[in-house]
Design a protein around this ligand. Structure first.
Ligand code: SF4
Length: 411
């Protein structure tokens, strides 16, 4: 058995980008795993872990999607779009927490007319989500949006779609073909019997051909189902059939916990296979939480290196303080700090650990660790004990150390 393990270790040689050395077999398994974890956290070996599938690059306003562009996170506002003030406020809040692209629903002409003012008041690309009425799409384009999401199948005649394409191409606007399991064409549904992955892809490709025939080239595609396995299968098929960039999402994913889990499973699997160029986590919750979930999915896969990450022990009978309360307070404090300093891209990995028995060891890979003692919180910087803090001073100190970390890394 000993020999087997030794042999197995000797086969485990990881190669990463040129800045990361090979990890040789002579190291202990624990040391090896620590190095791998650290490299993943720092984003050094993402290229080894995830090879993104090449897609054609398009631009939505100033944000590129596809090709070698970073995977963007988008969401939708949940205010009535006609309420300009509320919509702009919501978008500005989302800008602060790192939303890359915002989409708004255009159910009526009042919403379409609001777009011009909304566009002027925000800084991220604005996409209009249109169903059924081509006149709303034309009004949205006139209002200065940066892209459209339509389902050509429900727009009606080819002549109406043609009008949209003509207006969009005059401004070089991209169009997302958004196919959902709930809105498939009748003939496709009849042929497949139910909204299967193949049915979703067939519908998407039909719409692609239609848009291509009308001269539209800046296209991205989504094929969303509420079923996780169906969503995964559909995107896998689609990624083999087209080079257009893909917008990933699970539709009607659910409330905060369930919806985040379903989205993380589907998007995580697809992204790990290199599929996906932009993502939206659809939750029955705030758009801010959709953005947070999307960002965390990307960070978990090393696809968005640099952002603030807080890891927390699950707590157990050894915990010497209310770890959950402390961890939430630390997360909130650091999110405020990140918002305030949104030009900073390099942030530390922060650990909150419940006890001095296992905490220091388990938090060794963190840049900053807070380890709870009986009446004190011990601060560790890069694995070394640096101070014993009163509970009251913890938040201010962790914020200060997070900024110091950035200064050190950018010197
Ligand atoms: S760090 Fe301590 S309190 Fe937290 S789970 Fe581990 S043993 Fe329990």
């Amino acid at each position: 058995m000993k020999t087997d393990n030794k042999q197995r270790r000797s086969q485990l040689v990881l190669r990463s980008d040129s800045s990361t050395p090979c990890v040789a077999a002579s190291q202990s398994r624990a040391a090896l795993l620590r190095r791998v974890a650290k490299s993943v956290v720092s984003g050094q070996i993402k290229a080894f872990l995830i090879k993104r599938r090449p897609t054609q690059k398009i631009a939505v306003g100033a944000v590129e999607i596809g090709g070698n562009a970073p995977i963007s996170v988008q969401t939708m506002t949940k205010t009535p779009t006609g309420n300009i003030k509320a919509t702009v406020n919501q978008i500005r809040e989302l800008e602060q927490i790192g939303c890359d692209i915002i989409r708004v629903a255009i159910p009526d002409m009042e919403s379409a007319r609001a777009l011009r003012k909304i566009r002027r008041a925000i800084h991220i690309p604005l996409i209009a989500d249109i169903h059924f009425d081509h006149r709303l799409a034309l009004a949205a384009i006139a209002g200065g949006v940066d892209g459209l999401r339509i389902n050509p199948g429900n727009i009606g005649s080819v002549a109406k779609i043609k009008q949209i394409i003509r207006a969009a191409s005059e401004r070089n606007l991209p169009i997302r073909i958004g196919v959902n399991a709930g809105s498939l064409e009748k003939d496709i549904l009849a042929r497949h019997g139910s909204p299967t992955a193949s049915a979703l892809v067939e519908s998407a490709l039909r719409h692609v051909r239609l848009l291509e025939d009308l001269g539209q080239r800046a296209i991205k595609i989504s094929v969303k189902a509420s079923d996780v396995l169906c969503t995964i299968a559909a995107y896998r098929l689609l990624s083999k059939a087209t080079k257009y960039p893909l917008h990933l999402g699970v539709t009607e994913a659910g409330t905060l916990l369930c919806g985040t889990i379903r989205s993380s499973v589907a998007l995580g699997i697809l992204l790990a296979e290199g599929i996906g160029d932009t993502i939206r986590v659809s939750l029955a919750d705030t758009p801010a939480n959709e953005v947070r979930a999307g960002r965390e999915i990307l960070r978990s896969l090393g696809l968005q290196p640099g952002g603030l990450r807080v890891i927390v022990c699950p707590t157990c009978g050894r915990a010497q303080m209310n770890v959950i309360k402390l961890a939430r307070a630390v997360e909130e404090e650091l999110e405020k700090l990140e918002k305030k300093n949104n030009q900073i891209k390099i942030w530390p990995l922060v650990a909150v650990m419940g006890c001095v028995v296992n905490g220091p060891g388990e938090a060794r890979e963190a840049d900053i660790a807070l380890v709870c003692g009986k009446n004190k919180v011990f601060l560790y910087i890069a694995g070394e004990k640096a101070a014993a803090l009163d509970a009251k001073s913890v938040l201010a100190v962790v914020a200060e150390k997070a900024l110091e970390f950035h200064s050190r890394k950018t010197k």
